[in-house]
Structures are given as C-alpha cells and as structure tokens.
Write a protein that binds this ligand. Sequence first.
Ligand SMILES: *[C@@H]1O[C@H](CO)[C@@H](O)[C@H](O)[C@H]1NC(C)=O
Length: 339
Amino acid sequence: MMSLLCITVISLTLAGRAVSETTSPYSILRVKAELGGNITLPCSLLPDSSIFGSFKVKWIKVGADETLNEDVLMSMGLHKRTYGSFEGRIFLQELDNHDASLVINDVSMEDMGKYRCEIMDGVEDVIQDVILEVENGLSGGVVFPYSPPIGRYNLNFDDAVQACADQGAEVASFEQLFAAWKSGLDWCNAGWLSDGTVQYPITKPREPCGGSNNKPGLRSYGRRNKQMNRFDVFCYVPDLKGHFYWLVQPERLTFDEAVQACINDNAEIATVSQMFAAWKLEAYDRCDAGWLADGSIRYPISRPRKNCSPTEAAVRFIGFPNKNVKSYGVYCFKAEQQE
Ligand SMILES: *[C@@H]1O[C@H](CO)[C@@H](O)[C@H](O)[C@H]1NC(C)=O
C-alpha cells in the first residue's frame, strides 16, 4: 500500500513530461564519492550560450523506468526547492552563471545511482546524466556468492577460480569478504576465498547458519582440501566498465535468442558479475527476470517493494531453467569504448 501510494505521487509530479535519453551511454559522466563525504555532480550550460534572464534547472534521480524517477531539486532564479532525503544537504554550486552543478553533502549508500540534470534556458536545453558511485571500503568493487548450474557445493578450489573467471571476476580475498560483510552481505552458503579457506558472512544470526546465539560475523570452516572439498565461491569484481541494461523488446526469449538479441543491439549478454556490479555500484533496479550469460535467471532490486524483493535490496536468483523455455527477457552489457 505504501509503495503504491509513493509511486503514484512521483508519477504525478512528472506527469506530462517525457524525458528522452538524448545522451549516448558513453557520454554519461561518472563520479565517485566517499561514504559520508561531499560530492559535486557536474552540469553546466555551454560556455558560449547567451543567457536571457535566469534559466530553469531540474535535477532528478533516474529510476529503472520513468514512474520510479525521483525529484531531487528544482530551481528557477532565486526560487529553489529540494525533495525527500535530499532536503537540507544539497544545493546548486553556481560558481558562475552557467553552472548548475549539484553539491551533495554527507553522501549515503542510498544516494548511489543515476542522476539527470536538465537546464531549460528557452533556447537550447541541456541534458546531462551523471552516475554517482559511493565507495564502500571495497575499493569500489563488489563481492558476490556464486554456485554453478549443477547446484550448490559443487566446486573444488580450481573449479571456484574458473567459476569466478567465467564471470569476469576473481575469487574474493578474506579482506574483501570482511568489507562486504561490514556493508551488509549475509549469505548462508559457505564459499571458497582466495587464501584457500571456506567461510560465509552472517549479519543476521539464525539457526541453520551457524546458530542464532552466535554474534554476526564471518563463519569459517578454516582451510579445506583444495582438490577434495566442494563448496560455493565468493567472487570479487572491482568495477563496471560499461553500460548494463535490460533489453527492451516485445518477446520472451529462449537462452539462444537472448544471446542473439544482445548481439543485435551491439552488445553482449551480461554476466552475473556485471549484474551485481550495476546493482551495488549504480543501484540498478529492475523487477524483470532475465537471462544472464551463465544460463541463470536473475533480477536486481535496490529499492525493496512488494512482489519484487519485499524485505531487502538483493540480486534475486530464479534458477537455471531449461534453456529452451521462452519465459524471460534478457540483460545486456555494452563495454565502454576506449578513447
Ligand atoms: C562537507 O561540507 C560541509 C559543509 O560545507 C562541511 O562542513 C564538511 O566538513 C564537509 N565534509 C567533508 C568530509 O569534507
């Protein structure tokens, strides 16, 4: 009920204004903030544009679709308005009369995501997208658990190294898993770490996961036999070098069709690590189940809501279905072009 109400209000404030994506994925700016620090999201009129009176500036936070966009700041001359959790800690930088950059104080993990600046000066509007990433003590990366299509606890150490490599990732270190646990990772299956130990991170102690009487922490099985013992694995990916997206298209697809659909869009089918990186580093949120390169079906939720992931932000795992079922869409990835 709450979330329904909330969505209605947001879509009303944006009614009648379709914001078109005029910027290509490659011209999106990226800025990185420290948790609790201050950051400036750049946006300005072109230096040679003449200004007749004051211009109108609108900053929004871009949702997975337009109904989930959030207003951040509106400005018209001296009249300014800020919204929601941004009130009291954002302002326009206004270094000169072309500057519409947004300053955010006391950056939180929830601030992560894509922002859009629109300057309307009555002549030529400017639209600038800026992705804000927030450092979480993992050097900007993300740790994620992985188990293979044949099921949980099937990887010896070499298989684990290969499983992460197949996702464009590497086996996480103890320090990386520890940092991920501190920033909220809770996972009840044990996985290999790069030092050859097997551990799992628990933030909400409970019975089947090492006992409800134990404190939150990393539960360790210690060093295991790298050939004989089989577990899951924790992988680490340092960043997302490109554009992760849900491919908008009319049909439900088989796995092979999904692979081809991304190629037809000049991209490739996304990996599990790209989905985790987009979810964690850009707060990517989409309540549609889609194919990934390993043949799994998942979807990333950063704003928990009914029917998607009601209680927590998470990458939801549906399974490894028969590759011929035509029940899902697809997530694609376009690598950043080297200049
Ligand atoms: C952020 O900006 C505020 C207000 O200008 C200042 O008081 C604070 O010290 C700054 N914080 C950091 C981490 O620089």
